[in-house]
Design a protein around this ligand. Structure first.
Ligand SMILES: [Zn+2]
Length: 55
């Protein structure tokens, strides 16, 4: 069985894990009520429908 030769120090572990951070999620906001929305999702207030129709 493969056994690590030396202890990985906390700083070295941190340097390795610096690459696996959380990705920044893209956040949209409703035009009318300014609520946070997932991308390609419609808001519950229904005003986004009216905005789409006017375009
Ligand atoms: Zn809304």
């Amino acid at each position: 069985m493969a056994v690590p030769k030396k202890k990985v120090t906390s700083s070295r572990r941190g340097m390795r894990n610096s690459h696996r951070r959380l990705k920044q999620r893209s956040i949209k906001r409703c035009i009318r009520c300014h609520r946070h929305l997932e991308p390609h999702h419609r808001c519950f207030c229904g005003d986004s429908l009216k905005v789409l129709k006017t375009q």
